[in-house]
Design a protein. Sequence first.
Length: 193
Amino acid sequence: MRSFSSQQSTVICSLVWLLAALSVAHGDCNNALTTSFIKNQLSSLEKAINMLDNVSKCTCPCKDQVVFHAEMGSSKTYYGNSVWVYDKVVTNVGNAYNTSTGKFTAPTNGIYQFNWYTLSNPKVTSHPGLFVNGQIKARQAANNQGGTSQWLTTGSSMALPLKRGEEVYIMDVRGWKSQLRSQWTAFGGVLIN
Ligand SMILES: *[C@@H]1O[C@H](CO)[C@@H](O)[C@H](O)[C@H]1NC(C)=O
Ligand SMILES: *[C@@H]1O[C@H](CO)[C@@H](O)[C@H](O)[C@H]1NC(C)=O
């Protein structure tokens, strides 16, 4: 027999007392049949608690874990309203990020946290915006007007509620030219709840 927490013991005791009281009400106290009935009930209860324990410890596969992070596998230049494709996946639990389109599709309604950072080479600019179904939600600028040895990184983060099926991606805020340095430019996100 496993050991129970005090809360679990209280529930079991209450049930045993309830069953005992019911038996007395029916006039068959100490009846062997009643004892075996209570034992059966206890055993099912034990199994139920064991199962709930497993669920709370998450030993079962957790279906709704969602987290991704992907970086630019090579340096890229984008023009116009093209979605930036972070093609080198670091992690993609839940497979909600598509490496060929650059889009993350919310697999479930919930609150999501996104982050993205961008490196501009010397004399190069980029203006990454976070979009949801064509609507801009956040923007940043990496206008690198510095000398030949100046590299510029910008980074941003945003939490927002999404409905199942909504698409999240990064592209230039106004369709300007963007030149992105590989590896140092990345996009990630996680389902918070
Ligand atoms: C709970 O998990 C343990 C350990 O993995 C396993 O032996 C047991 O069968 C599980 N119980 C139930 C009711 O799933
Ligand atoms: C990614 O998107 C493309 C184009 O819509 C689609 O053909 C492909 O099946 C998607 N990949 C995954 C893993 O969903």
